[in-house]
Design a protein around this ligand. Sequence first.
Ligand SMILES: Cc1cc2nc3c(=O)[nH]c(=O)nc-3n(C[C@H](O)[C@H](O)[C@H](O)COP(=O)(O)O)c2cc1C
Length: 411
Amino acid sequence: MAQPEWLSKVENPWKQNPWFESVAVAQERARKRLPQPVYGALVAGSERGQSASDNQGAFAEIGFQPVVAGQKAPADQTTTVWGHEISQPVVISPTGVQAVHPDGEVAVARAAENRGTIMGLSNFASKSVEEVVATGARTMFQMYWTGERDVMVQRMQRAQDAGAIGLIATTDWSFSMGRDWGSPEIPEKVDLKTMVRFAPKVVTKPRWLWTFGRTGMIPDLTAPNLAPPGAAKGPTFFGAYYEWMTTTPPSWDDISWMREQWAQISGGKPFVLKGVSRVDDARRAVDAGVAGISVSNHGGNNLDGTPAAIRMVKPIADRVGGEIDVVVDGGIRRGSDVVKAVALGAKAVLIGRAYLWGLAANGEQGVGNVLDILRSGVDSTLRGMGVSSIHDVRPEHLLVPEGFHRTLGDG
Ligand SMILES: Cc1cc2nc3c(=O)[nH]c(=O)nc-3n(C[C@H](O)[C@H](O)[C@H](O)COP(=O)(O)O)c2cc1C
């Protein structure tokens, strides 16, 4: 559908100062802007939401010990993760989300590239790995354990051919179905019938409609990175989910197999296992030859009752952080959260909802805005503690309540 000429000349009547000062403000804008089912899909969480809320709440249990003099000038935040230098210890976590913004993951990748960090691209994403890598962003392609082995190999080969810099395997998923606050209705595809049915939820969101209307596109809710070779389109979101649900979950041998395939296909680019919560699993991941892990409970979307990721990171980093790059994801909303994670042993953090709120609020600039908020928050936290480098933060800089850490699988 081409954009009508008159539309390109009309000034956006819902325009507001697009800058926001915190991730919470971005989330509030996203809530107002997005149709309820789209917003609900980003809030996500599972069961009673215990893990999702602990992910954020646990950060608020940790405090700092500020100095009264001797604060240092803004510090260099450059660090290295999985063999790549990044300008701040924050990386984009892969999220398979549709219809937030017409530019979707391309906008996210541009912002990541522009700020000097790495883009994680989900196999459930709305944009293809080719389009995303074409932005110039260093892109880690993420795969679930889904489909036959030859299909997985094809998908890895495609990511390699497109120029991905590494592979993230996410294997913590248990297909939990219910949420106490209700799940958003996601249509199988967007056709005229669906548009009419969803119209009442959408017409009250003029800004969102405007963003899509200007591109002449409607969200198509397919997963282009899961398209069979030669196919014009990927499967629908539900088609992709069905393939995943009907695939036998991986064993440790399967994870080793996947890592070996990727090593052969890519010539040894990093392979990262995302979703680790137990120290024994972290050990097994090292034995399977991974370059890194993300300590994570999938943003509280997997097994509800798993502790907050930040509670699990120190025991795991203490155990394997000397051998591989350990990152953590879940609940990061401010620069001080990033500092807490690094002080407890993470090399960097991955962010999920934080950038999705930015994307919904203001597209590529909104994602850049979120990365800037995190950067300046790291700066002021280091300054307050009298520390001049992100590499110098230690647990001793924090106030961590007794019993905070959770060591899972140690016995
Ligand atoms: C809406 C949504 C979709 C997600 N999709 C994926 C995905 O496709 N692959 C994946 O590895 N993780 C996925 N995740 C998990 C994120 O990568 C990340 O682990 C999580 O969002 C971190 O928590 P945070 O949102 O509090 O930052 C998703 C998370 C959300 C909220």
